[in-house]
Write a protein that binds this ligand. Sequence first.
Ligand code: NDP
Length: 331
Amino acid sequence: MLARIYPDKDADLKVLDGETIAIIGYGNQGRSQALNLRDSGLKVIVGNIRDASFDRAKADGFEVYDIREACEKATIVFILLPDEVQPKVYEADIKPAMKKGKTLVFAHGYNLHYGFLKPDADVDVLLLAPRMVGKFVRELYEKGTGAPVFFCVHQDASGKAMSKVLALAKGIGATRVGAMEVNIADETELDHFSEHWIAPMISRVLLLGYEVLTEMGYDPDAVLMETYMSGELGEVCSSLAKDGLVVQLPFHSRTSQFGQLLYADRVLPDEAKDLIREIVMEIKNGTFAKEWQLEQILGYPVFNKLMDMAKSHPINEAERKLKERVKIVID
Ligand code: NDP
């Protein structure tokens, strides 16, 4: 069955008359969603710890409060904190303010899906998860369009949760392009699939290519320029979204098309599907969530080690040097 997609006409902002929305966490998603909701005519306040984000929200003209106070003043609470800090902050400062009839909104299903955070039964629980980094959630809205979202009603205590989540989707600009109804499990698992398969595949392919080509004597600057730093790869990725995987092929030379089609199977044979299944199962059965939970408890030993290794790779210095010599402008 195809996922249902809701356009603008299915959402009515009037449903939110009299509601006060608290954006908790004025970071990547928080700032963009707060600005979009306010520009859509809704009453928005911000709750944040006393840091640079707190000051930024003030400078953007919002009433800003400590997290507990913002949740007390609001009827709808967006939890836009990093996923790993949400359960602790929820228990300490959000839950005590979530009286019957209020609404909680998440931008990712992670904590709900794996049971790290359990809202009370008398509040509405909604998912409104942009398929876009925060910066572009704002930029697209300003251009008159929006970022697509996965959304759902996870818990309908009021009986009005569906109209509320659609109105909020309209408020952040998502119904301008279509809001797709996807449950918490699928949103979480698909999101992690992108993060565990697509993203590492791209960076690993580029890194291994860089290592081998420079070992074979190719100029590092030329390798970087050819493989991704010209911005061509970024444009191709945009075209995948705008036009389609195969439809965009004719934008490349015929020689390039032949090379791409001929080598595809050799680069990634069908046997790779076994690895995909393995990765998906580790997401589905909670193996990854447990590992990430353990990391947090132990103070991020593996995360820090992997990040140090990534940051000390010579490719970083090569990129820096090339950026000094060439100014690439990517929109
Ligand atoms: P950020 O990392 O940008 O952080 C959000 C805010 O939380 C910041 O204001 C940050 O303050 C504050 N914060 C950090 N640590 C604490 C803490 N211990 N206690 C209280 N506040 C804290 O979050 P994101 O916007 O990236 O993510 C928010 C939600 O949106 C997550 O559920 C995420 O999965 C989801 N999401 C994110 C996307 C993205 O583009 N990043 C895309 C789609 C969904 P400070 O600035 O000082 O660190």
